[in-house]
Design a protein around this ligand. Structure first.
Ligand code: GRF
Length: 180
């Protein structure tokens, strides 16, 4: 199944998705709202077609939509894409957009998930792959991975532990999802 990935920055989850590609899915396009995203340069070096569009949301989404369709994309994976997609875009790709979120949803939708988990005294944290709907971080959860919170954790050390779990969870869940 041809997959398109949207990123905004580092792109470590995108790299994990590319590494996990195989019989189930392949990555045919990486697009970013941020032309300077480190992940975009990495994808281009791998020979993956890339697209950057720094304009207004409507124009950016129209450009993404056209490029994704031209590339034959069937499923979109958000990987650190830091923009809210418009309801119109989500409707056009209904049930075909997935995202990875660094918390055990439904806990801690939105930003600063690790600081919030630590402030709450949680003994475990983790990440979730979910379907993207109009409501932020609220679509059906497709898979989760858990990690312990350790004594002395800071948001940074916890983020690092969760990120490692993200990198194994996301390709596995995407492969399962595209086979559905
Ligand atoms: C990840 O923690 C992801 O869960 C969140 O943003 C971060 C992106 O990191 N949505 P990267 O760009 O994949 O390295």
């Amino acid at each position: 199944v041809p997959v398109g990935i949207l990123i905004s920055g580092r792109g470590s989850n995108m790299q994990a998705l590319v590494a996990g590609a195989g019989d189930a899915y392949r990555v045919v396009l990486v697009a970013s709202d941020n032309p300077d995203a480190a992940g975009l340069a990495w994808a281009a070096e791998q020979g993956i077609p890339t697209l950057a569009h720094a304009g207004k949301r409507a124009e950016r989404e129209a450009a993404f939509d056209a490029a994704l369709r031209d590339a034959g994309v069937e499923v979109i994976a958000l990987a650190g894409y830091m923009r809210i997609l418009s309801p119109g875009f989500i409707a056009r790709w209904r049930d075909r957009i997935v995202n990875i979120h660094p918390s055990l949803l439904p806990k801690y939708k939105g930003l600063d998930t690790h600081a919030r988990a630590l402030a709450a005294g949680d003994v475990e944290a983790g990440c979730s792959v979910h379907l993207v709907t109009e409501e932020l971080d609220a679509g059906t959860v497709l898979g989760q991975a858990r990690v312990p919170v350790l004594a002395g954790d800071t948001p940074e050390t916890l983020a690092e532990r969760v990120l490692a779990a993200e990198h194994s969870l996301y390709p596995a869940v995407l492969a399962e999802f595209v086979r559905r």
